[in-house]
Ligand binder design. Structure first.
Ligand code: BES
Ligand code: MN
Ligand code: MN
Length: 460
């Protein structure tokens, strides 16, 4: 196995480069042919690696790529999930090299080099580790479990059509555990397993005042200004302790015991390094919680975008007719995205000042997820990471979301093991996203060990 990986090292990189060269931006319809081409390429790589029954499954949106390798129906089955779509590369001007022309450069954190490209870490580089690990397993006659692959193309836009696919394919997707590499590690070189993901409620709001843009001198002071009203309403969504003011928002929030909080605090985290990495003078967040708690076990509300009025060159004296914002709420266990969206909507409408009308439109959402550390899949992942890193994996509750993971559990009755190899500094969703070459190969080396340990766990 090790030999096979070493001998094919360059090709494993070249093929990932080829995949990264296709701009599979799911959010922007102008890339739709590229997204579809990426699905086809993914299917081709799965076939070439030895997968059976490979299929590019059509959905009302982008296809789901499926493939399997059944060694023995009596052996345990692992379903690998990943996504071949990527976030938009914007703002492109901030990239040091073109986002869809991958290149390797060294960084302080990746002295052995990192692959710079949109999707390098999230998630092409990470799901492709699974394809290459599988190829190495088949080539060396070393497949201890049944494998199934489900690689989707709409994760970055909310996985709307994957839910339907999963609901219609219970039998095909039946498995003992789901294995996902689409998360990160707490620190360079520190093997990590993500034990929780936050849920999400995402809304867009529109505040409308007069029926047209107005002269801000002739009308200013006499009619409600939608931008003033919107910013005022947004300001009311947090109190001075940075707690969210929406009535009922915290009602179902799971409170951690002091013991659990102490365990979280064990994780290697340096506030100084965190501030330095982001050039921050100070951090900010909900009173009474640490930075690590604020971005993992606590729910949040953030404006992701806000627009309205005149933003061009120079000054234009105008009161805009409308103002808009996109707002995300990250949710923690027991909060329900539908209920939170409802609570947000009621509250937001209730604080609208006189003279404007407010509209709230929900976008995608998703349930939070927690993974128990006593699950056989979790134990297998700890054992595999111990073998390859020589140290015990750290459990981490992540602030990010992979909304479909909770649906997998509900529909397929299987837990997901989140074994990611990215780093926070890999800049996913940002300009200059990259993925360490060493992390890529560490993943390829660790994944076969997972299957070996999982097969053993299942026998035990
Ligand atoms: N892979 C990320 C989520 C992630 C990254 C979780 C790092 C934990 C650690 C995923 O592709 C993502 O970006 N999810 C979105 C949600 C989606 C509905 C757009 C997110 O978290 O914003
Ligand atoms: Mn991802
Ligand atoms: Mn993402």
């Amino acid at each position: 196995m090790e030999n096979y990986i070493a001998q094919n090292r360059q090709r494993f990189l070249d093929e990932l480069f080829a995949l990264l060269s296709i701009p599979s931006v799911s959010a922007d319809p102008s890339f739709s042919e590229d997204v579809i081409a990426t699905a086809d390429a993914t299917a081709e790589y799965l076939r070439a690696a030895g997968a059976q029954n490979v299929e590019v499954c059509q959905t009302p949106g982008y296809p789901v790529v499926y493939g399997e390798y059944i060694v023995d129906p009596n052996r345990p089955t692992v379903l690998v999930y990943g996504h071949y779509d990527v976030q938009p590369a914007d703002p492109i001007a901030l990239w040091s090299s073109p986002p869809f022309e991958p290149e390797i450069r060294t960084t302080d954190i990746h002295p052995e080099g990192a692959i710079f490209a949109r999707g390098a870490c999230d998630d092409k580089g990470q799901f492709f580790m699974h394809v290459k690990a599988f190829e190495a397993m088949v080539a060396t006659g070393n497949v201890p479990c049944n494998l199934k692959f489900m690689i989707e193309g709409e994760e970055e836009v909310g996985s709307a059509n994957l839910a339907g696919y999963v609901k219609q394919n219970h039998e095909r997707l039946a498995c003992d555990v789901i294995l996902i590499s689409d998360t990160g590690m707490v620190a360079p070189g520190v093997p990590s397993l993500t034990t929780g993901l936050r849920g999400l409620s995402y809304v867009e709001v529109e505040v409308t005042g007069p029926n047209r843009d107005l002269h801000s001198g002739l009308y200013g002071g006499a009619v409600a200004n939608p931008i003033n009203a919107l910013t005022d309403m947004i300001a009311q969504l947090h109190d001075d302790k940075k707690r969210i003011t929406i009535p009922g928002f915290y009602d179902r929030v799971e409170t951690l015991t002091e013991g659990e909080r102490a365990e979280l605090a064990q994780s290697p985290f340096s506030l100084e390094a965190y501030k330095k990495a982001l050039d921050l003078v100070d951090v900010a967040g909900e009173a009474g919680y640490s930075t690590m708690e604020r971005n993992s076990i606590r729910p949040t509300l953030d404006v992701n975008g806000i627009w309205g009025g005149y933003t061009g060159a120079g000054a234009k004296t105008v009161i805009a007719s409308t103002a808009h914002a996109k707002i995300s709420m990250r949710l923690v266990p027991n909060q329900d995205p539908k209920e939170i969206t409802e609570l947000f909507t009621q509250y937001f409408l209730s604080i609208a000042p006189a003279g404007v009308t407010v509209k709230v439109t929900p976008h995608h959402g998703g349930q939070p997820y927690v993974c128990p550390t006593d699950h056989p899949g979790y134990r297998a992942a700890v054992a595999a990471l111990s073998d390859s890193f020589g140290q015990k994996a750290v459990p981490v509750r992540s602030g990010g979301s992979i909304p479909i993971v909770a649906l997998f559990e509900a529909e397929l009755g299987a837990k997901s093991i989140l074994m990611g190899f990215g780093l926070d500094s890999d800049a996913i969703h940002s300009p200059n996203e990259h993925y360490g070459v060493a992390n890529y190969f560490k993943g390829i080396e660790t994944i076969p060990l997972f299957y070996r340990h999982f097969a053993a766990e299942a026998k035990a």
